[in-house]
Design a protein around this ligand. Structure first.
Ligand code: NAD
Ligand code: IPM
Ligand code: MN
Length: 352
């Protein structure tokens, strides 16, 4: 029997509330397998920084690197907290993990679940995956602020795109499309961002020649938002850069049942480093501590974790339980975070 070592970074706010629910689902699903899970908790995030001054020590990063996978909740303090003004927990912790573990594929599936409906209306259909580049683009941290605080201030935030980085994420998206409906949409803004846009277009042209069975099209990101709202069924796999992908995946969540359902994986496809699974949403300080958060996104992220560590049957067990739970949501009224987590865990446990 194998042991899956999972590093747990629950983080701040609702991150902590939803992560325990994801662990309940993992425990219920693993019980059917000839495998067990060993959790190691890492207390990190805005609250931890305020208490200890640690953002992410090298030694902590090395300890997390020992795990088979990371279960991440969400990080981020209360907006306007003056003590967090000069630090970015998001950069120093979350992005540091994504970059250090070379998680260049940020995989964010979006599906309208029959039964729950969508803000787009009763008949709307959607089942697509956004492959968001995870290590480059405007997130690179390149740039600076000169003459900050003066009327002459100049801020730059350079989007870094390498042929290596663009090619590997496009190849991943093509391969993924091959396992699905074989339709790939590349999203960028190459009419204006002409340098990075030309690089993306060149790599798209080169790589698509190797995938004649995959139908490829291209959309500018602004037009992509129109189609996502008006014709979400037209999408199968979308591949895009880090910043466009951030925005499109919140939109994708909103149109497929709400951000409380949107799961994600930060994947290191080479498996040289652990991959990290987290809901798309953040720490939601506006609802934290009130048991109002929907833990489904975290639970579905845990299912992606099981797929990734080679236990797709266990992952499917979680998804099936979530589908049933969602189907019955209208009948049960408003439930707390714990109640949703308990009911999904119970459905997993009672499935045969
Ligand atoms: P957010 O995703 O935390 O919240 C946006 C809105 O969605 C809020 O109204 C919130 O109440 C609601 N919401 C989010 N998750 C929900 C859930 N599971 N159930 C029900 N409602 C939910 O985004 P924000 O407000 O822009 O950011 C808050 C903090 O989280 C910031 O510090 C931000 O940097 C951080 N953040 C972290 C991550 C992460 O750790 N992966 C992701 C996004 C934002
Ligand atoms: C997300 C979040 C992060 C991102 C932030 C918190 C760094 O918004 O996971 O979507 O922009 O990638
Ligand atoms: Mn985001």
């Amino acid at each position: 029997s194998t042991t899956i070592n999972i590093a747990v970074i629950a983080g701040d706010g609702i991150g902590r509330e939803v992560t325990v629910q994801a662990q309940k689902a993992l425990d219920a699903a693993i019980a059917f397998e000839d495998a067990s899970i060993a959790y190691r908790d890492f207390t990190l995030g805005a609250d931890h920084y305020l208490e200890t001054g640690e953002l992410l020590h090298d030694a902590t990063l090395e300890a997390i690197a020992e795990s088979d996978a990371i279960l991440f909740g969400a990080v981020g303090g209360v907006p306007g907290d003056p003590r967090l003004e000069s630090v970015s927990i998001e950069r120093s912790l979350l992005l540091r993990l994504r970059f250090a573990f070379d998680q260049y594929v940020n995989l964010r599936p979006a599906r309208i679940h029959p039964g729950i409906g969508s803000v787009l209306g009763r008949d709307a259909r959607a089942d697509f995956v956004i492959v968001r580049e995870g290590t480059e683009g405007a997130y690179s941290g390149s740039g600076g602020l000169v003459r900050g605080g003066t009327a002459q201030a100049i801020a730059t935030e350079v989007s870094v795109n390498t042929a290596f980085g663009v090619e590997r994420v496009l190849r991943y998206a093509f391969d993924l499309a091959r396992t699905r409906d074989k339709r790939l949409t590349v999203v960028h803004k190459n009419n204006v961002l002409v340098h990075s846009g030309a690089l993306w277009a060149q790599v798209q042209a080169d790589v698509s020649a190797e995938y004649p069975d995959v139908t490829v099209d291209y959309l500018h990101v602004d037009a992509a938002t129109i189609h996502l709202v008006q014709h979400p069924e037209r999408f199968d796999v979308i591949v895009t850069d880090n910043l466009f992908g951030d925005i499109l995946t919140d939109l994708a969540g909103a149109i497929t049942g709400g951000i409380g359902l949107a799961a994600s994986g930060n994947i290191n496809p080479d498996d040289r480093f652990p991959s990290m699974f987290e809901p798309v949403h953040g720490s939601a300080p506006d609802i934290a501590g009130k048991q109002l958060a929907d833990p489904t996104a975290a639970i579905l992220s845990a299912a992606m974790l099981l797929d990734h560590v080679g236990l797709p049957v266990a992952g499917q067990r979680i998804r099936a339980a979530v589908d049933l739970d969602i189907e019955h949501r209208q009948d049960v009224g408003i439930r707390s975070t714990d109640q949703i987590g308990d009911s999904i865990a119970a459905r997993i446990a009672s499935a045969s």
